[in-house]
Design a protein around this ligand. Structure first.
Ligand SMILES: Nc1nc2c(c(=O)[nH]1)N[C@H]1C(S)=C(S)[C@@H](COP(=O)(O)OP(=O)(O)OC[C@H]3O[C@@H](n4cnc5c(=O)[nH]c(N)nc54)[C@H](O)[C@@H]3O)O[C@H]1N2
Ligand SMILES: Nc1nc2c(c(=O)[nH]1)N[C@H]1C(S)=C(S)[C@@H](COP(=O)(O)OP(=O)(O)OC[C@H]3O[C@@H](n4cnc5c(=O)[nH]c(N)nc54)[C@H](O)[C@@H]3O)O[C@H]1N2
Ligand code: SF4
Ligand SMILES: [Mo]
Length: 793
């Protein structure tokens, strides 16, 4: 079918050429070899000589089909019908008209309402080639003056990048990934790399072969869970209870690195029992020295005056008439309240499994962990992530070989403009008033806050969106509200390879090249030291379809028109990339001459927190106390629990018994192997593998409802119904159901239908999920723990 399609124009070559490259379609960024036959990009294969090239998934192999797809956007478009109309009445326009219109509208809005009224959006770099260019979009946003970036930070970046800052002062596991090659035990918590990050899955399989242990915490026995030494089938959204119970066992049995806890966490610091705050003595923190029975001051810039081994971790001590307890005593107490039998009742994980897993974690150190979407999309996300981070801190394996390691990086210049926005602009970030520690503090706006700003002018009206690919309407909960919000904007630009339900609300649509038609720079591939040491410039292996342009080209051109050329090398992309590369000593010419990339010899340094600073004091951690903060005074300052706690999900059978009669089942979701998020249902070789939306449920649950495997069913939530086909899975808890989001697109090649975004016949899970009640700290949406029922259709 695909062979008969018109093929893109391509550079003239005589026969099959093979070009070293990498696939940027998802976070894995697998090393690959592209085949170009008679000028046409025909195949993508794994390149085992590349540090992420052991395997390619089926989506990567379908890359030529994606590039050549007849639905690709080929020209800039402008809408001619009013917003909200069923047909936007797209009319082809030229690039000059498109860019001029955008420039004129954005400048007018900035003049009249401030640059903050313009929000910039991006598809997640984990599910698109926006990893090539998202930093440039950030630079443009900041140069323009807007503190508002809409990029799913609250749905899958928060825990990995930002929430962990409050415990470790570092982005763990985002920028400090598991050292899978050297780990004794891998802990995957709400993470299924077999689907979501192939490079991690292949190295985990190798680690298992050499005898590493694997612990998987997941309501579904998916991917590597079937090979795990412990698979903990947690009830969705109760992971904090499980983490606290595991920590309890570790503390009770002494299965934790007490030396690390004393020296490198703030566990010894005294907490006043009267105020619940850390005790201060002339501004310094205070701990208790066991032997002398006296308080000891702790100054982050100088350390303790005594050896940390002497510091007390439990008990109550009188300091100047105030009873005080070491922070660790509070942690211990919090965990004691979640003993395995208590946690078993909440989480559904048998107490014996909790005990056994704690033992495995201790006995097969070093432990390396990854936690992702399973923990992110919850009303209790931040405290859950704190609880998992706390557990990890107790292993003592932070930045140790085989733990979570910050591998050495090739030196480069930051290009995202971080730190350039003035404080008064930062203070206008949408959501920062309500959640001062949340994503808005880091210039990310949540979906819900963006919709509120647009529809209700709170805290002010968001008037424009400059959107690079993101399919907001399908990706955030409450698609109807999303569509209304976009329709309410004064102006919207959408840059993409394909139209989607979000683009339908745009004023101007810009056609973007696929990753295989443009050049892109990758400095490091993250997963291990070898990968981090590779610098590669992906070469185009096909000519741009139609008039499409790369995201970077669009950013640079817009910047120049907006009068921001100075920050963008007057539109010279090569000069920008050269600036980014400069500290590495590598040039663009060098990279163009060798598409396989340049490997920079780098050595991993471990336990960098123990390295001494200029004053001969250990560098420690980038937190206020310079220690791993098991007790977060920052949280206490904002009225949040300073020690990790479990909170029942906001919409669950326990928190909402009023809903149980109609919606007795717990609903969660997971990604699909065959598609990235809401994309790729139009690609025949992928859709053929998974023709219909699916919902997984237990055979008993199905039988009780008269549902057989493969039946079309109705998935009912308190917010409506959507359709899917039943997949029966004996491994699921009979009370838990797992759905899929992202179904809207048709595949005419296979005669397979699309689905309405909302209303009758819809298969869009997010039409019947909501963004609230959200996590009070981050605004994370509860997409992974809510209630539902299933009925035959
Ligand atoms: N219920 C539920 N909802 C979820 C999730 C879930 O697990 N359950 N997951 C959430 C998560 S983790 C995320 S990250 C979001 C994902 O949401 P998005 O980041 O919006 O990702 P996609 O839905 O894949 O849509 C990506 C869009 O970008 C376009 N695109 C692809 N590559 C490029 C490129 O290089 N440049 C440009 N300009 N456009 C490109 C695609 O054609 C597509 O239209 O969804 C969230 N929504
Ligand atoms: N093939 C493919 N790859 C992708 C993507 C894709 O759409 N398709 N999307 C990309 C993006 S944007 C992201 S963010 C990553 C995400 O990568 P992952 O986080 O691995 O993705 P998920 O499958 O959504 O979630 C992981 C696991 O969490 C489990 N889970 C669900 N609820 C809970 C819970 O309450 N607790 C726990 N412990 N686990 C739970 C699910 O059953 C699932 O197996 O993948 C990226 N890679
Ligand atoms: S896992 Fe698949 S889609 Fe993702 S980068 Fe690798 S080949 Fe591409
Ligand atoms: Mo994501």
């Amino acid at each position: 079918m695909t062979a008969t399609r018109p093929q893109p124009e391509a550079p003239a070559t005589s026969a099959a050429t093979r070009v070293a490259t990498f696939c940027p379609l998802c976070v894995s960024r697998c090393g690959a070899t592209a085949t170009v036959t008679d000028g046409v990009f025909t195949a993508l294969d794994p390149d085992p000589s590349h540090p992420t090239g052991q395997a390619l998934c089926i989506k990567g192999k379908a890359a030529p089909e994606i590039v050549a797809h007849p639905d690709r956007l080929l020209h800039p478009l402008k809408r001619t019908a009013p917003k909200g109309a069923a047909d936007p009445g797209w009319q082809r326009i030229g690039w000059d008209e498109a860019l001029d219109t955008i420039t004129e509208r954005l400048l007018a809005l900035a003049r009249e309402h401030g640059p903050e009224s313009v929000v910039f959006g991006s598809a997640s770099p984990s599910t698109s080639a926006m990893s090539d260019s998202v930093d440039w979009v950030m630079r443009l946003r900041r140069a323009f003056g807007s503190p508002n970036m809409l990029a799913y930070m609250e749905l899958c970046g928060w825990g990995r990048y930002l929430a962990s800052l409050y415990t470790f002062g570092d982005s763990v596991p985002g920028e400090q990934p598991p050292d899978i090659d050297n780990a004794g035990c891998l802990l995957f918590w709400g993470y299924n790399p077999s689907v979501s990050r192939l490079a991690h899955a292949t190295s985990t399989t190798a680690a298992l072969r050499r005898g590493a242990r694997l612990v998987v915490v997941d309501p579904r026995r998916a991917g590597l869970a079937s090979k795990a030494h412990h698979w903990l089938r947690v009830r969705p959204g109760t992971d904090a209870a499980l983490a606290l119970a595991l920590t309890h066992v570790m503390i009770e049995r002494g299965w934790y690195d007490v030396d690390f806890v004393r020296r490198w966490t703030n566990a010894p610091l005294l907490v006043r029992t009267d105020t619940g705050r850390l005790l201060r003595d002339e501004g310094r923190y205070v701990a208790w020295e066991e032997a002398s029975g006296a308080p000891v001051a702790y100054d982050p810039a100088r350390g303790y005056a005594v050896d940390e081994a002497r510091l007390s971790l439990s008990g109550t001590y009188d300091v100047g008439g105030v009873p005080c307890r070491p922070a660790f005593d509070l942690v211990t107490e919090q965990c004691r309240g979640m003993a395995p039998d208590v946690a078993a009742d909440i989480t559904g994980v048998p107490a014996a499994d909790i005990e056994a897993t704690a033992r495995t974690l201790w006995e097969s150190r070093p432990v390396a962990f990854y936690a992702w979407s399973g923990l992110e999309q919850h009303s209790n996300a931040t405290q859950t992530i704190r609880a998992v981070n706390q557990l990890y801190a107790l292993t003592g394996d932070f930045d140790a070989s085989g733990g979570n390691v910050k591998f050495a990086a090739v030196p480069s210049n930051r290009i995202d403009g971080r730190g350039t926005l003035a404080p008064d602009q930062l203070a206008k970030a949408i959501g920062v008033q309500e959640r001062p520690l949340g994503p808005a503090r880091f210039e990310f706006v949540t979906g819900e806050d963006f919709y509120t700003a647009t529809l209700d002018a709170r805290p002010y009206r968001a008037r424009a969106l400059v959107n690079f690919g993101a399919n907001l309407v399908m990706a955030h909960g409450d698609s109807t509200r999303g569509r209304d919000a976009l329709a309410a904007l004064d102006f919207m630009v959408h840059a993409d390879l394909f139209l989607n339900p979000t683009a339908d609300q745009a004023d101007i649509v810009l056609p973007v090249t696929s990753a295989f038609e443009n050049e892109a720079l990758a400095i490091g591939f993250q997963v291990n030291q070898e990968a981090q040491s590779l610098v590669q410039l992906r070469r185009p292996v096909a000519s741009p379809r139609g008039e499409s342009r790369s995201d970077i080209r669009i950013v640079f051109d817009l910047a120049v028109r907006l009068g921001l050329g100075k920050q963008f090398w007057d539109g010279d992309v090569d000069a920008g990339l050269g600036h980014q590369l400069a500290p590495s000593g590598i040039t663009l010419d060098q990279l163009r001459a060798d598409p396989a990339g340049v490997r920079v010899p780098l050595t991993t340094r471990h336990r960098k927190y123990a390295e001494l600073d200029d004053d001969s004091v250990p560098r420690g951690f980038a937190t206020p106390s310079r220690k791993v903060e098991l007790f977060s005074e920052t949280f206490a300052d904002h009225g949040y629990a300073p020690v990790a706690e479990f909170i029942e999900p906001g919409t669950s059978p326990r928190s909402r018994p009023d809903l149980t009669e109609k919606f007795p089942l717990v609903l969660t979701c997971a990604k699909s192997l065959w598609f990235c998020e809401t994309q790729h249902r139009n690609i025949a070789s992928l859709r053929g593998k998974m023709p219909d939306p699916q919902v997984e449920l237990h055979p008993d649950t199905a039988r009780e409802r008269g549902i057989a495997a493969g039946d079309w069913v109705r998935l009912d939530t308190p917010h409506g119904s959507v359709r899917a086909r039943a997949k029966l899975s004996t491994n699921l808890d009979p009370n838990v159901v797992s759905g899929q989001h992202g179904w809207w697109q048709a595949c005419p090649d296979l005669d397979l239908p699309g689905y309405p975004v909302t209303g009758p016949g819809s298969a869009n899970l997010n039409a019947v999920l909501r963004q609230t009640p959200s996590d009070p700290i981050s605004g994370s949406s509860p997409l992974r723990a809510s209630v539902c029922d299933v009925a035959p259709l």
